[in-house]
Design a protein. Sequence first.
Length: 624
Amino acid sequence: MYKNLVGFSAMALLCTNSIAQGTQQDSIKLQELDEVVVSDSRFSLKRENSGKTVIKISAKELERNQGRTVAEIINTKSGLEVSGSRSYPGQNLSVFARGGNNRQVLVIIDGIQVSDPSNVNAEYDLRLLSLAQVETIEIIKGASSTLYGNSAATAVINITTKKAIKDGLNLEVISNWGTNQTQNNQNHNISDISNNVTVTGRKKGLSFLTSVGHQFTDGLSAAIGEEEDVFSRIDGNIKVGYEFSNSFKMEGSAFYNKLNSDYDNGFPVVDADFSFNGEQSRFALTNTYQYKKGEIRLNTALNRITRNFVSDFPNFYVSKSIILDVFNKYTFNDNIYTIVGLNIVQGKTVFADVEKVKNTDPYANLVYVSDFGLNINTGARWNNHSAYGSNWIYNVNPSYRFKINKGYLKFFGSYATSYIAPNLSQLYGPFGANPELNPEEDTTIEGGLEFQYSDRLRFSAVYFNRAEEGRIDYIVVDPDTFVSQYRNISEDINLFGVEVELWAKPMRNFEVTANYTLTDSKNELALRIPRSKLNARISYIINSKAYFSAGYQNVSERSDTDFATLSDVELESFGLIDLYYKQEVSKQFSFFLSIDNVLNEDYVEILNYTTKGRNFRIGMRLKI
């Protein structure tokens, strides 16, 4: 079970050796040392001064993954498993981080928490977001509840969408066409089409962006079967910003997303003529006032979601959430950075009655960056829940940095707590609701190191240990009638593991990235969470206009449940290879070709549901 880790270590040593031999000829500027990260402190700090191994997905990396979804890209990062990303496009997605469930992962878009109060896990549906709208993504793992509140127990996915940067009027058109086929049905029909048009403008203090997109797919059945299920999404957003002065600016945005998806019966799992329709409207306003040593920021948002299920058990949900996050960032000097803020989140959903919940959380955070290598990131939040009262959560995250020639060696550790209240669906929803639920409490300890040499090598390794008290689970309370209910598990859950990451440039224009995750538990891992997972990619910039990459992903055995017998089934491990080629014809026009699952691997991601086989895709990007 450790052969992937041994292979990973061997590759790291090989890359290190190649880099050491070629260092004298390296004339590339040291850009990676100046990389900044934001999510773990809300300040733009050099990576070497951060107490975390933040995963940063740049605009360039996203551009080199055109045609893929946000979920597919996130699924290649360490410590994360996005169940459903390899299946029928309409499949529900579950984002698991460090052995936790998807309600412990918080998604933030443009600085504002997003979630669905009517959803069983209250998480944000990543299917709503088109990659064409995204500028960058940062992912921090571990408990980050002191800065970001409820649900930020195992990871925060911080997404920044595109905005107007260049002066004048600019146009971007992105189109992709691909197959959507299983391993056994390689018909090579064009069954997955997406298009996006974005117009931006900037003049003096005024900026705007408007974007519209559409995706349509068919060719696959959700459950294993013959019937083709259709998935479609339309999305649009508008941003308008104005800089009133060097000190004050304001930006308003509106997002609209609509999903239509066929789906099949889940119990028993058979083809069915069911459909889902979901709509989300989100309106946000950001005000920023900068003064000599800091800034005050006010983020406000209104989110409205409707979900309509047409099946043998039809359901219709309407939910709203209001978010306010106001904070003051103050820099005392080059060494001390502070944040004091207030975060208010109110969610409301219509079940049999209108149910609502509210969090009012003051919080504070302090970052100390010394001149001699010691860095400390620490904070606390007073979680005030309308139903469960008050609870303190906090974190302490020290690190120490040693300068080494053209790089650094950093050791870090953290101790953090999280508090996760039951969501409205678990308390009052139509399936297994239990108003007597208690909150979950989560404690995370982690420690590790990060080594970076020039802009040629970065290597990190992290050990984590998570303890969950009062985990909420969906439990069969009557095996004869299969009546189930949400219950707090009396047994504490302990999860631990290792995450290893490598980025290397053994020679000019050639890059290697790889990560390995080992997750284990003193109890049992939850369904569909692999014990080990390896991702690796080699990239070659052929010339200034051509780029090629090859990726490999290996996922270990996982357990799943056969709901026909209510027995656990062990799913076999699998390995997938993908290829990607991009050609820039001019500064305005480029195209790409990609092949996923090159060897047409036959595997199971979710028991009794369809998995994608070998698929081809072609696409183009036009910028004017």
